[in-house]
Design a protein around this ligand. Structure first.
Ligand code: PLP
Length: 449
């Protein structure tokens, strides 16, 4: 054994020798060895515990190791671990019925996938066949997954290495008042101008060629960008005007994260397809899917849908979804998420913003918030450059390390700290976590003018 290996646990030795991690240069990795998790807390093998303010990858909505979800998985494992998608299965049927009950209007049929990327892939496949058109419009500043079409639809730097991608993916700018692409000075202007821009993109692309507009209704990883009132309805209207399928990627924003079952419910907008994953079963077993409107489902009533997965509607994943949804209903988790956002996280973050010159803006809803950090509040220059890495990202790495030292597991992206704990986190835990955030932001202030 090398000196390094002897200092590491068996888990870390094997990890560094054999595990190839996502999105990372492998040599520089230093993963934590997590041995226990409960509620909003995780523990590493050295006995350190952290309040999970990331919900891992914004998926553990009902918290870690919820006993009812764990029990449901065990019970399903005893009964039937796996069965092919072409059979009927009780866990799958019940999960589909529950999800259909939660989805708005006539979205009442569910195609299950293994996660978010393949949900988006299959949603555009449905839209293309339903419309007989090819192009798909998505936003800059978005993430839709790591598979071929999903990464091509993604509007952030993770796409670059996969280019050139499949043809027909067109990007447009969405609303982001703090860094408005439209020189807007208020939410109303931002919404109106963003919709005029989208109408222009449709004109020059030929709306009659466009199968779908696919968006994150509340943009997640790329900044927790909450759309101004009227914007989502404006997209709905453009889709109706041109016979385009409106697809919402609720992989991160759905299942209570925004204080409603789906984020579109905050504006009462009804899309044609909803893509989900993550929070549907808090990620205890991989699961995603597409909730489908009646008219699109009817397109495939008498012609085969040309897509499928060996594990579509996997019983263990679906049993976890049934248990998660029941827990969320019984315990009022969605209302709790809305209360945390309205009465605890939002007001506290606004107070924190007032104390720190490095805070440019705080924004969010439910348990879905971002603190955008700047080096200059007047010019709004980001604390670290767009897509910063290595030395240029050092101030954010420093912040992240300071959070961990204080017992808080953070989620940072570019120049932002996201506040995205489990929806079941108590008010007391949230306040404690935000005290840590308040304290560590002093480090960011050092870099602010
Ligand atoms: N869509 C959104 C909005 C996401 O945030 C993610 C993952 O973070 C995905 C899609 C991809 O989901 P998955 O990693 O399960 O494929």
């Amino acid at each position: 054994m090398t000196d390094l290996a002897s200092a590491l646990s068996r888990t870390l030795v094997d990890d560094r020798a054999h595990v190839f991690h996502s999105w990372s240069a492998q040599a520089s990795l230093d993963p934590a060895d997590i041995v226990k998790a409960e509620g909003s807390r995780i523990w590493d093998s050295e006995g350190n515990s952290y309040l999970d303010f990331a919900s891992q990858l914004v998926n553990v909505n009902v918290g870690h190791q919820h006993p009812k979800v764990v029990a449901a998985i065990k019970e399903q494992a005893d009964q039937l671990c796996t069965i092919a998608p072409y059979q009927a299965n009780a866990a799958r049927s019940e999960a589909a019925r529950l999800i259909a009950e939660l989805a708005p209007a006539d979205l009442d049929s569910v195609f299950f996938t293994n996660g978010g990327a393949d949900a988006n892939e299959n949603a555009i496949r449905m839209a293309r066949i339903h419309t007989g058109r090819h192009k798909v419009l998505t936003m800059y500043r978005s993430y839709h997954g790591g598979t071929a079409a999903a990464i091509a639809m993604t509007g952030d730097p993770r796409r670059w290495a996969s280019e050139p991608g499949p043809p027909g993916m067109v990007k447009f700018w969405g609303p982001y008042l703090y860094r408005s692409s439209f020189h807007a000075s208020n939410e109303h202007e931002e919404s109106e101008r963003a919709l005029v821009h989208l109408a222009d993109v449709l004109m020059v692309e030929g709306a009659e060629n466009v199968a779908a507009i696919l968006i994150e209704p509340v943009v997640g990883t790329n900044g927790i960008l909450v759309p101004p009132d009227g914007y989502l309805q404006g997209i709905r209207d453009l889709c109706d005007q041109h016979g385009i399928v409106m697809i919402v990627d609720e992989v991160m924003s759905g299942f209570g994260r925004c204080g409603k079952w789906f984020s579109v419910d905050r504006w009462d907008v009804v899309p044609d397809l909803i893509c989900f994953a993550k929070g549907v079963n808090s990620g205890y077993v991989p699961l995603g899917g597409v909730v489908i409107s009646r008219s699109i489902a009817d397109t495939f009533a008498n012609r085969p849908f040309p897509g499928g997965l060996t594990y579509s509607g996997h019983p263990l994943a679906c049993a976890a979804a049934v248990a998660t949804i029941n827990v969320m209903r019984e315990d009022g988790v969605v209302d709790h998420a809305r209360h945390l956002g309205d009465d605890v996280i939002g007001p506290t973050l606004r107070e924190i913003a007032g104390r720190h010159p490095s805070v440019g803006e705080v924004r969010g809803l439910g348990v879905f918030w971002a603190i955008e950090l700047v080096s200059d509040r007047t010019t709004r220059e980001p604390l670290v450059p767009f897509n910063a890495s290595g030395e240029s990202a050092a101030p954010m790495a420093e912040l992240s390390n300071a959070c961990k030292q204080q017992g808080l597991w953070p989620l940072t992206h570019f120049n932002r700290l996201h506040i995205v704990p489990p929806l079941t986190t108590t008010e007391e835990e949230i306040r404690h976590g935000l005290e840590i955030v308040d304290a560590v932001l002093d480090r960011a202030d050092v870099h602010a003018r």
